[in-house]
Structures are given as C-alpha cells and as structure tokens.
Design a protein around this ligand. Structure first.
Ligand code: NOJ
Length: 530
C-alpha cells in the first residue's frame, strides 16, 4: 500500500452533525456552532476521523439552511464567523478533519445576487439565474408543483428545482463560476478539509429546455415524481463542472476532498458512477444512499455491495444508513414488536457491516445511541417545507432531525429552553449518551470498540473485499491487505446459522452469538484468519 491509499477520507470514519439539533448553548431551542465545539471531545471519543456539518450559513431558513443568502457568513442563529474559525481549529487540535456543506445548485431567493437578478431584464446579474418569458416546459420541482415561478418584477419565470425560495444558479455563466471558486478558496484558506456538495445531479439543465417524459403511473394525490427527469438531471456538464472544482481543491496543500450528494433518480441509472470522473478527475466520494430506503436484508446487502464493488478500483465506495433526509436506519430495521434487546442486536449488525465493508462509513448523529425516528409529529408540529408543500403526501424529514439525546435532564440536555425547534424523542430518559457511556455493553460503546478495531486493522479500513457464501440468511466476506485477512460473517435473520466458512479458527477480533461454529440470530463474527 502506498501513502495515497491512506488518505483520511478513504479510510477514516465520518460523523455527520445536523447543527440545529446537536447542542443549544444560547437557550433558544436551536443548536449552534459553540454547541458543536463543546461536544468535540465527545465526537473524538467515538474514534471518528472527520465531521461533516450541514449548512450553517446565513439563510432565511426556508429549507433549514439549504437556502443560502450569504455563503461567507455564519447565520446568527448558529453563531458567528469567529465561532466557525474556533470550530475548525478546535477540531484540528483533536485530529478531526472538517467537512462543510456547500450548496451551489441554488441560492436563497433573498441572496443579493437573486435580488439584483430579478430586479430588471437588463440587470448585470440577470443571467446569473435561469429566466424565461413563459413556463417553457413541464419540469416539476422536487418539492411540489411547477419548477418555474413567475416573478412580478419583470413578469418572467425563473427555474427552481427545489423550493421557489431556492432559485437555481445559471452555472453556464462564467461570472457565477468565478464566484463559486472564490467561495471555495475562502473555505480552503481558512482550513476546511473537504466539502459535501449538495444536489450535484441538478447543477445543469438541457439548454433546449425539452419537456421531461411522463412516468407510466402517477398517483392522483401526488404533486411530484410523475415525470422521468431526463432533461434536468445528470446533465453531462455536471461532470465537467465537478472536474473544475476538483482541480481547484487539488491545487491546495493537504488532502482536501469532495463528496457529492448523488441521487439515483434520473433517467440514466448508471450516472452515479460518472460523478467520480474518468481517472479520478471528479468527486473523490459519491454518497451511497442505497441503504436509506429499506431495512438491510441479505439480498439487498449483497446486491449493493456488488454494485459498489463494480466501481473502478481507484474509485472509493461510501456507506450510509441514516441522514438528515430519510427515516433513521434503525427505525427501518426494527419491526413492530421487536424487543429493546433485538433493537440493540440489529443496530450492532448494522454497525459491524458499516464499519467492516470496503468504503468510507458515514455515521449520522445519534445513530451511535440508536436514536429512533420520531413518528408522532402532528401536522402543526411539522417544520419540513417539503412535507408541508406537498400537503403531507411526502413524509416529513423532521422525524430524523430531532435533538440529540445527551442525558436524562430537561430536553435531554440539548437545550435549557422551554421550546425546542423540534420535540425531543420521548425515550430520552432511557436512551441517551450519559446512560450508554456508563454501560460497557451499550451500542455507544460498541461503536467505539468497532471503530477502534477498524482503525487498528489495515485490512478492515483498506483491504480488498471478497464476497463469500451465497446464502439467503447471512452475509460473509473477507477483507485482505498486505498479508492480513479478516473474515466477517453477519447473521441478518431470526434463526441461528452455520456458515461453511471456517469461523472456529483464527483470532476473533469481535463477535456476538458465536458458539461452536454457529452464529445466533443477529449475531456476527469478525475473525482475523492469519
Ligand atoms: C439535499 C439536502 O440534503 C436536502 O436537505 C435539501 O433540502 C436539498 N438538497 C435542497 O438543497
């Protein structure tokens, strides 16, 4: 293995922090940057190598920060630019890399660029966004309704893939590209190690603005998803643009990186692979969202691993079970009637897979204590604009964004406020960091242990992967590097299994439910074979 193979973003573990929900230090019910700084020792104690923080830049918060009105200022709700600099240096002091979330597909409609652009037909920034005299086609916004919004100032329509408060930038305009590069340079200069790029599929659109074809079926109540996104998704210019950004990143010292939010919702089902670029000129990492929609079962796990192993060897996979946009992984995996013990067992199989498969693992805050999806939100408690604007036909994303459960005190130790921006999960007195810290068998301490084992065994963080037995009940694979070989067997079913792979010999790095070559329901074994 050479040094290039040991890049932090390839072999490290990334912890995602949703800043609104991590820790509130001002008592206003919303998390903030000083809150993250306060909890960096906790994050470090997990053994992870990097943090990714969702956007905290100035924003009217129509989409909770994904509508940016000033790319270079921290929103006062989250703190100040000084806090941001402190956060970077405090993270670095602890050996944690820092990934910021950059939204270049669109801005807020309150961004001064858009305010200028919409003001008149001959404004110098008119062409910074995508304008048309009439609705030129049938494109739909992901968040419901037409993707074209009439603007009263000039009686023309602008394009927005997401909310109408999120007008799409015209990335064909070199002035826009120059501004984006300045923003990236600003963050590289202050020491940011990597960027999570939002919504890269939708950067460019077809220049002829062709109508998208309809899907075969469209449920009557749906306002979205009834067309195949052929002309406003995965445009080939997206790849060129990313290659340009990558070149800029690589001109900076240190191992800076780009990870892109790549959805597979487009017309070309193989487009996701193209975002890596030929010979690695594109994104360093592409998010793997394949596990975000179902609970892990053997067929699915095998298919997903095969798909990501089919990448060129120099393209590195990623694995994700939970995010700020989808139902928390554990709540998809646990069935009604499952006991707490079964939940913990299932969470452990998920963690073992995530941390031993070949690729960069992303852990979403709270995943390490099995925080569940909050399912009892009433419509008037819902904040997510996507759910609200589709009249709740799209499930709210709020349930995976509830505040972090630190301890058993008021508001789970998240905030001293009477009101928190989203309610705290009712199970916080039993399920919180403090309780789990003190329990050697907790899922929290399990995550710590497995991350440590991963970090100490190069085969686990860097080795090649080979899938073994084809069995509907369990998944088994080896990881191998420089003479070290580790066998991993995970039982994803409700009865014991007896794998053919030899699991009675070797150095057991970690296991649960392994008895005389058999593995109990939701048990696993990670065994060094030589
Ligand atoms: C993807 C982000 O993950 C999501 O939260 C956001 O609403 C959209 N992009 C729009 O920026």
């Amino acid at each position: 293995m050479n040094n290039k193979d040991f890049l932090w973003w390839k072999h490290g573990v990334v912890y995602q922090i949703y800043p609104r929900s991590f820790l509130d230090t001002t008592g206003n019910g919303v998390g903030d940057l000083p809150g993250i700084i306060k909890k960096l020792d906790y994050v470090k104690s997990l053994g992870v190598h990097a943090i990714w923080i969702n956007p905290f830049f100035q924003s009217p918060m129509a989409d909770f920060g994904y509508d940016i009105s000033d790319f270079q200022s921290v929103d006062p709700l989250f703190g100040s630019n000084t806090d941001m600099l402190t956060l970077i240096s405090e993270a670095h002091k602890r050996g944690l890399k820092v990934i910021f979330d950059m939204v270049f597909n669109h801005t807020s409609s309150e961004h001064p660029w858009f305010v200028e652009s919409r003001s008149s037909l001959d404004n110098p920034k008119r062409d910074w966004y995508i304008w048309n005299e009439k609705k030129p086609n049938n494109w739909q916004s992901l968040f419901g309704g037409s993707a074209w919004e009439k603007c009263d100032f000039t009686n023309q329509y602008y394009y927005h893939f997401f909310l109408s408060e999120q007008p799409d930038l015209n990335l064909r305009n070199p002035e826009v590209i120059a501004e984006i590069k300045k923003i990236i340079e600003y963050y590289l200069d202050i020491g940011v190690d990597g960027f999570r790029l939002d919504a890269v599929n939708t950067y460019f659109e077809d220049e002829n603005l062709m109508d998208n074809p309809d899907t075969d079926y469209c449920p009557a109540e749906y306002t979205i998803d009834c067309q195949i996104r052929k002309y406003n998704f995965d445009h080939h210019h997206n790849y060129n643009f990313l290659a340009e950004i990558k070149k800029l990143i690589d001109s900076y010292p240190g191992e800076r990186m780009l990870v892109g939010e790549v959805a597979k919702d487009g017309h070309d089902k193989d487009a996701w692979k193209k975002y890596y670029g030929d010979a690695q000129v594109g994104l360093d990492l592409v998010f793997n969202f394949d596990f975000l929609y179902n609970s892990p079962n053997v067929n699915q796990v095998t298919d997903i691993v095969k798909a990501w192993e089919s990448l060129e060897m120099h393209n590195w996979p990623t694995y994700v079970f939970s995010s700020h946009d989808q139902i928390r992984g554990i709540s998809r995996y646990v069935l009604e009637g499952d006991s707490i013990e079964t939940e913990v067992k299932k969470a452990k199989t998920m963690a073992i897979f995530l941390l031993t498969v070949r690729g960069t693992p992303f852990i979403y805050y709270g995943q390490e204590i099995t925080m569940n999806q909050y399912t009892d939100l009433t419509n008037d408690q819902i904040k997510d604009p996507w759910a609200i604007r589709t009249n709740f036909t799209v499930p709210t994303r709020d349930g995976c964004r509830t505040p972090m459960q630190w301890d058993g005190t008021k508001n789970a130790g998240f905030s001293t406020s009477e009101y928190t921006w989203l309610p705290i999960s009712k199970n916080y007195p039993q399920k919180n960091v403090e309780v789990q810290n003190g329990d050697p068998n907790s899922i929290l301490n399990f995550y710590r242990k497995v991350i440590q084992i991963r970090s100490e065994n190069p085969a686990l963080f860097g080795g090649k992967l080979e899938l073994l037995e084809d069995n509907p009940d369990f998944v088994s694979y080896t990881r191998e590097l420089d003479g070290q070989k580790v066998l991993i067997i995970i039982n994803f079913c409700e009865h014991s299994i007896k794998p053919e792979s030899e699991c009675q010999t070797g150095n057991v790095l970690i296991s649960e439910g392994l008895n005389n070559g058999e593995i109990e329901p939701f048990g696993f074994a990670v065994i060094e074979k030589n």
